[in-house]
Write a protein that binds this ligand. Structure first.
Ligand SMILES: [Fe+2]
Length: 386
């Protein structure tokens, strides 16, 4: 590439820089999909991914301008990395175009999605922590205080007639970090209670800091349902460093622990098989071999990456979170950062493989309190046969 005329090399620079960022964002996304200890992930981010992504930008700009003046070794390295960046950009663009113009085979349209927008910005002083968070919440366009209550009718081809109309409130990714007050989380619980859901599921990332564990459990104890509340943990719950204590506290608050477990239940006199999959961060997977024949199978999975496995195990419905919808969606492009082995493919939405339907919620919060083009989501799902 460095043998190209300098004017052409400089013209290609913006594309090269975009490809460079595509490489490192792709690495970041996959890093958060693997079973790597949380401390290691954070160290890799701090000392490797972010410095490389940001630090290499001026190096690439200077190298492009100096071109022929560089040593032969530098020119070879620059050429190789430039080619890699261009290939990464071409791949990312091809995938984006395919997703934009040809609906992926596993993406399913909803029967309906009725959205109620809540605007809590006027109550900011009582809903977010004092100090720096007050300024963060005021950043123009930041949607952390305008959650959407999304009432979705899910079409499930295998749904028993007796379960038609069943309502599940999916509340995921609470991220109790102290950046939001107990009042904020209490408002989310009130929103859920207003729908009188038959079932509530909490699909992971409940508490990031141990000191908020009791507050979280007290607020979640106010959840009201007809058939029960169930939870699994997510990767951020590892930060509490007291997995058993967190599970016990949530159970004491009235939620049923589904982590690596299966339950055979009767909902509306109909057998339901409910399982929880917290892999790759907690294991093992749920023992699904002994499921009763004819039962409707529902899997709670923190990561949507469990979708292929759930399909192979003949689950009828998968409820996942973790990806937060990408948190920042660029106009016309969509999400960029998404902690999944599949990149942004399962950032949020409804997907179908065979008879397995997966709903991925954008979640309620985030460890980084910034959301642009991607408001928090409280999902109220009504099951229908279609
Ligand atoms: Fe999360």
């Amino acid at each position: 590439m460095s043998s190209l005329p300098p004017w052409l090399l400089r013209s290609l620079l913006p594309l090269g820089l975009a490809g460079h960022l595509a490489i490192w964002v792709g690495l970041f996304n996959r890093l958060h999909a693997l079973n790597i200890p949380d401390e290691t992930v954070r160290r890799l981010e701090r000392f490797f991914v972010f410095p490389a992504a940001i630090g290499l930008l001026p190096v690439l700009i200077v190298a492009t301008w100096q071109g022929p003046e560089l040593s032969r070794t530098s020119q070879a390295l620059f050429t190789a990395y430039g080619a890699l960046s261009m290939a990464a950009l071409a791949t990312a663009a091809a995938v984006w175009c395919w997703r934009a113009w040809q609906r992926p085979s596993d993406e399913q349209p909803l029967a309906s999605n009725h959205t109620l927008v809540r605007d809590w910005r006027a109550e900011q002083e009582t809903l977010v922590a004092p100090g720096r968070m007050q300024y963060v919440a005021r950043i123009p366009g930041n949607q952390i205080l305008t959650p959407h209550v999304c009432h979705k009718r899910l079409i499930l081809p295998t749904l028993p007639r007796e379960l038609e109309g069943l309502t599940i409130a999916q509340l995921s990714d609470w991220h109790w970090t102290g950046k939001f007050t107990a009042d904020f989380y209490g408002r989310l619980v009130e929103e859920s209670n207003q729908w009188h859901p038959d079932v509530v599921v909490v699909t992971g990332d409940v508490v990031d800091k141990r000191e908020y564990m009791l507050e979280a459990c007290e607020v979640l104890s106010r959840l009201e349902t007809r058939l029960g509340s169930y939870f699994i943990l997510g990767n951020h719950d590892l930060r509490v460093r007291d997995e058993q204590g967190l599970r016990q506290s949530l159970e004491a608050a009235g939620l049923v622990d589904l982590g690596s477990r299966c339950l055979s239940l009767q909902w509306n006199q109909t057998p339901v098989f409910l399982a929880g999959d917290e892999r790759p961060w907690f294991g093992p997977g749920p023992p699904v071999e002994d499921w009763p024949a004819g039962a409707f199978r529902i899997l709670l999975a923190h990561s949507p990456d469990r979708f292929p496995w759930a399909h192979n195990q003949a689950f009828d419905l998968v409820l996942a979170g973790h990806t937060h919808g990408g948190q920042i969606r660029l106009p016309g492009i969509g999400p960029i950062v998404c902690p999944s082995a599949y990149g942004v493919r399962y950032a949020s939405g409804v997907f179908r493989r065979g008879t397995t339907v997966m709903h991925v919620t954008r979640g309620l919060c985030g460890v980084h309190p910034l959301r642009f083009g991607c408001p928090p989501e409280l999902s109220v799902l009504t099951l229908e046969r279609g």
